[in-house]
Design a protein around this ligand. Sequence first.
Ligand code: SAM
Length: 325
Amino acid sequence: MGALHFGLDPRLLEALRRQLPLRLFFETGTFEAGTTTAVAPHFDRVWTVELSPALCDHARQKLATCKHVEVIHGSSPDILRARAPALASSSVLYWLDAHWCGGPTSGAANECALLDELAAIGNLNDSSVILVDDARYFIGPAPPPHKADHWPALLQIETALRRISSQHGLWVINDVMIYAPNRIAEDVIAYGRAHGIDLLRLANAARRNAQADAAKPSPETVKAHDARSGHGLEQGLNAALLGQDRSERIFAFHAKRMGITRLLDIGGTAVSSQRKSDGLGSTASSTRSSLRGPRTKSCARTPSPMCAGFRCRAKRWAAVKGRSI
Ligand SMILES: C[S@@+](CC[C@H](N)C(=O)[O-])C[C@H]1O[C@@H](n2cnc3c(N)ncnc32)[C@H](O)[C@@H]1O
């Protein structure tokens, strides 16, 4: 659940896939199966491990129709160790994302399983890639409510990665650590240059937005202005038209304003016509079914909210009277 992209960026997957087969996706920390569901169509097999029994059950139900997806209940290092032989001989994309993150998630006693997971992988072949999500928690200390000492520091992770392969390089792009074979370094760098987010630009954009927000009048100022000008919902015309039969009364208000005294309501029900003509102080004929005339051009297809309201009907009626509005 990275900070800059929710789950695995499909453009990163595409960049890696250009060079590597990556047949098996191994995820640690299933959570609500967001990433699992998104990647499932792109892999021959998907294994995902979740410590929380409830989240595991939920993911199993969600993915019940995906026969090539296995949702495994357990602690990720144990499962990685148990499946190490199968993993060693496959081209695997690891998505290491098992950690406690509040709410319904498990693992509060040992918030981050990453170092144990890397030890359990043991040996990384040269057609496999490890991605570690939430890199920010390892580059700097994990923020509260996390316990910072449950999370390994960058140097510890690099040492653990080096132990399982010396043929891979490490990059951090968009909150994800990428440990990929050195021979595809160019592709990883090209992905980073094309899609990596420059934190300075991001911070500058956030500052500009904050300044623009600060320059906006507060809701209290807007309300005070509306009260003075009579544009508030509780003021003037709006106040007079609030409540039941509002659309009929708005119709009648504008029809009256245009000097219309009789109403031929094409498409209206007898009740709504009566309400409009009551507002007009006139008589009305409703022609809902038998006299339904040709629709004006603007409502030939799906009527817009404007079109569906008084304006469209008033237009049709005005056309009958030879007036334009
Ligand atoms: C950040 S969420 C995973 C998000 C998910 N990978 C995604 O991309 O949508 C972390 C999950 O890891 C689980 N978890 C925590 N410790 C674990 C462990 N040792 N083994 C397996 N899952 C663990 C938590 O219960 C939580 O559901």
